[in-house]
Design a binder for this molecule. Structure first.
Ligand SMILES: [Zn+2]
Length: 252
């Protein structure tokens, strides 16, 4: 049987051999991707909570973390209320083990433009000239005095990208404007950066490392972000697989 297949393969014209190789490679890549997806999902407990949040709105009050003050002994304020769905370093869809989530996603209760977002800590706010839905704040790192870190807030626009939900106090092009912890920055939206693929209503919040040149590092790479758990006094690293809602407790 195998011998016959080999003989058949040898008799194929060059393009036929190429086609067989391409189909084989695509099959291997598809199988590898499926295995990666399955394994990535098994390393997280976030998806069932997020599915429940959107499929069964009655469950939202019992899944939501609602806190308008920092947790005891934690420097940062949770910047919005809602289900803390995807966590830091999460590999749940649409992420995976090779491309992990860089922050936390807080899914708010309400409609786009109504769930408020507050500054997590005192600092200097910047909104780049092409940022419709995003602001970033520079801070002295309260856990490592003398070092600089940044907090990043995004998805603050409607799904089509027509209307920004960032407060008018922070127009595009704002640089180094002092804001205090708890300052209203804007409201949760569904804009992903691409109007064809909106996201479910939420705030994406992350803590970004500083570049040696004084600017912030590329937020989309998880190696450039910090575990927010000690800053917020909550279990926000997916390796701890906390149940939702997440409260003010850190893993031992
Ligand atoms: Zn996110």
């Amino acid at each position: 049987m195998v011998k016959r297949l080999i003989t058949r393969f040898r008799r194929l014209p060059w393009w036929g051999k190429g086609l067989v190789a391409v189909i084989g490679l695509a099959g291997a890549a598809g199988g590898g991707f499926a295995a990666l997806t399955l394994y990535s999902q098994s390393q997280s407990n976030s998806t069932p909570y997020i599915d429940r949040w959107f499929d069964d709105p009655d469950s939202q009050p019992e899944l939501a973390t609602i806190r308008r003050e920092p947790c005891p002994d934690a420097p940062f304020l949770l910047p919005s209320d809602g289900l803390i769905g995807l966590l830091w370093n999460d590999s749940a869809a649409p992420y995976n083990m090779l491309h992990r989530h860089t922050g936390i996603d807080i899914f708010g209760i309400g409609t786009p433009g109504t769930a408020p977002i507050y500054a997590a800590y005192d600092g200097y706010l910047t909104r780049e000239s092409d940022w419709l839905a995003t602001v970033i704040i520079r801070h002295d790192d309260p856990l490592h005095p003398g070092e600089t870190i940044w907090t990043y807030y995004t998805h603050m626009a409607d799904r089509e990208g027509q209307q920004s939900f960032v407060m008018d106090d922070f127009p595009t092009g704002t640089r180094d404007l002092w804001v205090e912890q708890g300052t209203l920055l804007g409201y949760q939206g569904e804009y992903s950066g691409n109007s064809l693929f909106p996201v479910g209503l939420h705030l994406h919040f992350s803590i970004v490392k500083s570049d040696p040149d004084g600017s912030y590092k590329n937020e989309s790479r998880s190696g450039n972000t910090l575990d927010p758990s000690p800053y917020l006094g909550m279990s926000l690293n997916i390796k701890t697989r906390p149940e939702r809602p997440i409260g003010c407790t850190l893993p031992d």
